[in-house]
Design a protein around this ligand. Structure first.
Ligand SMILES: Nc1ncnc2c1ncn2[C@@H]1O[C@H](COP(=O)(O)OP(=O)(O)OP(=O)(O)O)[C@@H](O)[C@H]1O
Length: 514
């Protein structure tokens, strides 16, 4: 079959980086073509060329075997190419319907017809399995998952022939991922082609037809059959090395007991580094008694909205509890005070890294060192060499690419930005580290490095509280798992006593009826 799209010899450079170096890609109608590669490999740049958002320096693009120039997003849209980006480009203060038809408003005789736009939006949202989303509500009031549905509705509001999705499943719960895959299957059955980017390799086999692997701006392998390609082989193509086991072994299952002094009877249990007593926020999570010992990794598993991120933010002081308290080393913290939490040695790597954590115009070094600057000051002067060396050591551990501490963070790929946030908290040498979705957008090689680092920190005595939507990650990394449903802990067990199915059953129980 003749390809729908052929890209040949696509090259694109930014100052100091050749993001694409002679990329060839062919996509057929009705297929799901997965695009894999490490952070910074060039995936987003390639799809921006395809969307008309970047102009290639060299190369040729054919659409149904005819040469085309995608000189702007409208040109791409006219051919039927729609893109859903990693960072959704919705306008929060406009309604759902306004967002869906933004830029191609439904008009007759020059008059915009909002009623028809609302009607068509309802139809599209229904087709996407979400008839409950109100076309008149402001987009800023929707959950991340619903915002993504709106993005998808916008993409489908055109006559789409090729849909590009950049990590669409990253913020979704398992049942929403199933819905996403159902939509993809429906599109491909109507001969729409889908280019699908994901760092979750198990997804590729579920929905992919073919896989192309990018490495350092080049195609390391093109058009492999998705269902028969071995994951190990793909990882080796992406990273240039084999990753035998992603999760490092646990050193211990229980916190180390203290040695009793001779004749003193049984030892008192070690004081937990972190304790919450009846900690609660009305409408978000019910009273929580949690203990976290030095060297322990505790995972919180639950759906979006189960209260998992709110718990981390309340422990960190960014939200004020409506009841209960947080104690570090047995001493209560001032409620709702981030400075108090930070002074006590608590650090939070938040989920929304762009909005909450990054100084986009500043360098990698400053972003990493920002919360530890005092450490690099001597006599009122900032020792920039020491600051730079410390930041560089942290980011090198996570294989930042490009490995350049002076680069502005805004020029890094999404996954590399995430590594910068993590490096910041690792540099702070926290006693309690709160990690919210630490591997979102992070590639498979860097994930393994991050897991090893978390385990190493735990062995050095750091207590880690981890939130992740990826159940295998919680089970692989945590010693103990708390399963949350609707703001309540419904189950607690050592990670080794649980498996993925059991956790999914526990988090989803009853949610089907909602
Ligand atoms: N506007 C820009 N200015 C400078 N460099 C850029 C710009 N956009 C991308 N780059 C660089 O181009 C390279 C490819 O980045 P790209 O975003 O395409 O990677 P990616 O494969 O999508 O990564 P990720 O999985 O992290 O999203 C990276 O080295 C990145 O730092």
């Amino acid at each position: 079959m003749a390809p729908l799209l052929t890209m040949t010899g696509i090259t694109k450079s930014f100052p100091g980086v050749r993001a694409l170096d002679g990329v060839d890609l062919a996509v057929e109608a009705g297929e799901v073509h997965c695009l894999l590669g490490q952070n910074g490999a060039g995936k987003s740049t390639l799809i921006k060329v395809l969307a008309g958002a970047h102009q290639p320096d060299e190369g040729r693009i054919e659409w149904r075997e005819e040469p085309v120039r995608l000189s702007n997003p409208v040109a791409a849209m006219r051919l039927g190419i729609s893109t859903i980006y990693q960072e959704l480009d919705l306008v929060e203060h406009l309604s759902v319907a306004e967002n869906i038809f933004l830029g191609h408003e439904i008009a007759r005789h020059g008059l915009v017809r909002p009623q028809e736009a609302r009607h068509r939006s309802t139809e599209l949202l229904g087709r996407l399995g979400h008839p409950e989303i109100d076309p008149e509500v402001l987009v800023g009031r929707l959950s991340a998952a619903h915002q993504q549905v709106v993005s998808m509705a916008r993409a489908l509001s055109h006559d789409v022939r090729l849909l590009v999705m950049d990590e669409p499943s990253a913020a979704l719960d398992p049942d929403e991922v199933d819905n996403l895959f159902r939509i993809v299957a429906d599109l491909t059955s109507r001969e729409v082609a889908v280019v699908y980017i994901s760092h979750r390799l198990e997804e590729i086999r579920r929905i992919g037809d073919r896989v192309s692997v990018l490495k350092d701006g080049r195609v390391a392998a093109g058009g492999l059959a998705a269902r028969t390609t071995d994951t190990k082989q793909v990882v080796a193509l992406m990273t240039g090395r084999e990753i035998e086991r992603p999760f490092p072994p646990r050193r211990h299952e229980e916190p180390a007991p203290t040695t009793p002094a001779p004749g003193s009877g049984p030892a008192p249990p070690p004081t937990p580094v972190l304790r919450t007593e009846g900690l609660a926020r009305q409408g978000e999570f019910s009273p929580l008694d949690l203990t976290l010992h030095a060297g322990e990794v505790v995972g919180l598993a639950g759906l979006v909205g189960s209260g998992r991120s709110e718990i981390l933010e309340t422990v960190y002081g960014a939200r004020r509890p409506t009841a209960g308290r947080v104690l570090v080393d047995g001493r209560p913290l001032r409620p709702g005070s981030v400075p108090a939490a930070v002074r006590a040695g608590i650090g939070l790597a938040p989920e929304e890294r762009k909005a909450q954590a990054l100084l986009m115009l500043e360098s990698v070094t400053r972003n990493v060192s920002v919360s530890t600057l005092a450490r690099f000051a001597t006599g009122g002067w900032l020792d920039r060499t020491r600051e730079r060396q410390a930041a560089h050591a942290g980011t090198r551990d996570l294989s930042l690419s490009p490995d350049d501490p002076d680069r502005p963070v805004r020029t890094l790929s999404g996954g590399n930005q995430q590594k910068v946030v993590l490096a910041r908290w690792l540099l702070r040498e926290c006693r309690v580290l709160l990690l919210d979705e630490p591997t979102r957008g992070v590639d498979v090689g860097a994930r393994a490095e991050l897991y090893a680092l978390v385990r190493r920190l735990a062995e050095e005595g750091v207590a880690v509280l981890l939130v992740s939507s990826e159940v295998p990650e919680v089970l692989g990394l945590a010693d103990r798992v708390l399963v949350l449903r609707e703001g309540q802990v419904v189950h607690t067990a050592p990670a080794q006593e649980l498996d993925e199915h059991r956790v999914l059953d526990l988090v989803m129980e009853g949610s089907a009826s909602c």
